[in-house]
Design a protein around this ligand. Structure first.
Ligand SMILES: C[S@@+](CC[C@H](N)C(=O)[O-])C[C@H]1O[C@@H](n2cnc3c(N)ncnc32)[C@H](O)[C@@H]1O
Length: 353
């Protein structure tokens, strides 16, 4: 089930900010992760429950002390509320984390639970990460493999991507092509919210029959007719007659010359009057945005440092600045390139063909 457009519109950016704050801070991530792993949040009924009731319900999963610590610290972080001696899910948990939450984001917690393996190496990773210098193309496969391991993350967090497009008049588009679409969570939402659209999702990882099958099943479960095309966005011909190219969380893995090359190919493939939009972890000069982007990148560097697969996560770059992405779009002939923060750490760059 996808969130309703009303829920997506009505959620204040500050609440999404609180969520990211908990996820990006290693200490609060540990509490959040434990509350989710132990099932604490789903053990809190709307009418509330006493601590003994939670321990009784979850005792098989962990010792009573582990549950008491998770509950107490969860209260401290606002994930759980204590009213009249009874425990209730806090506002943030009700919005994003409990079963049936209007905007489910458990996949984000799952992904950061995996990235948490890097937490002991946060400092070392800053010292030892080798930034990409050459052959960025050879990392495309590694990126695809890493995405395959985080399908719930990309699927759930696509709701946050959609927040970037809420003000766009979708009635003026007929065909949207999402490049580097991953598990197609964003493409599926486009089709769900704007059924008149012809939606194409392109990704390198669809060349794996198993992945293709998995993504098809996700789309079928939501009854979203999205065309899936296996292609390398840097070398294969891009679909024609598209009037909006979207590119979410893809370009942060590639250096500016490659993004310029891809931008030129999108510009050439776009129908007259078309446009392009990129949502990513861009720096923008906004304090809250750049703060969250910095914290996010430390997690990525540290995870990369600790993973035994040398291809894990592909190569590492510095975060891009939205201004540089807008400049690249202008260089290949796009007009009116602008950028803005969506909800930190996501920002959008948009331009017209
Ligand atoms: C970080 S994931 C983002 C997925 C999706 N856009 C989202 O935000 O939920 C990046 C995706 O880009 C894809 N990708 C990376 N390099 C690619 C390339 N050269 N051609 C096509 N897809 C590529 C990867 O396979 C992966 O699925």
């Amino acid at each position: 089930m996808f969130p309703t457009l009303e829920d997506l519109r009505a959620t204040p950016s500050s609440r999404i900010g609180e969520f990211w704050e908990l996820v990006l801070n290693p200490a609060s991530l540990a509490v959040l992760w434990q509350c989710v792993e132990l099932g604490v949040l789903d053990a809190l009924p709307p009418e509330g429950v006493e601590l003994a009731g939670v321990v009784g319900a979850l005792g098989g999963r962990a010792g009573a002390d582990a549950i008491r610590i998770a509950v107490e610290l969860g209260c401290g972080l606002g994930l759980i509320e204590r009213r009249g001696g009874r425990l209730h899910a806090g506002e943030l948990s009700r919005a994003f984390l409990v079963r049936g939450a209007p905007i489910p984001l458990l996949g984000v917690v799952d992904r950061f639970g995996i990235l948490a393996a890097g937490i002991p190496h946060l400092t070392q990773a800053i010292r030892d990460t080798a930034l990409l210098r050459d052959e960025p193309r050879r990392w495309s496969g590694a990126r695809a493999r890493f995405t395959e391991r985080g399908i719930s993350y990309y699927w759930d967090s696509s709701s946050l991507l959609m927040r970037a497009y809420l003000d766009r008049d979708m009635t003026r588009h007929a065909t949207v092509c999402d490049l580097g679409a991953g598990p197609a969570g964003f493409a599926a939402r486009l089709k769900h919210y704007f059924p008149h659209l012809n939606v194409i999702a392109d990704d390198l990882m669809y060349s794996s029959p198993e992945v293709l099958q998995q993504v098809r099943q996700l789309l079928e479960a939501e009854r979203c007719a999205v065309e899936l095309v296996a292609l390398d966005v840097f070398s294969d011909p891009l679909p024609r007659d598209v009037d909006l190219f979207t590119l979410n969380r893809v370009v942060s893995a590639y250096p500016l010359p490659m993004i310029r090359d891809l931008a030129g190919r999108m510009r050439a493939a776009l129908a007259r009057g078309g446009s392009v939009a990129l949502v990513d972890f861009f720096q923008t000069g906004d304090r809250a945005q750049d703060h969250d982007v910095a914290n996010l990148f430390v997690h990525l560097y540290a995870y990369k440092y600790t993973d035994s697969d040398p291809g894990a996560y592909g190569a590492m770059l510095l975060p891009h600045h939205a201004r540089d992405i807008a400049a690249v779009l202008r260089e290949v002939g796009f007009r009116d390139a602008t950028w803005r923060v969506v909800d930190p750490p996501l920002a959008i760059v948009e331009a017209a063909a």
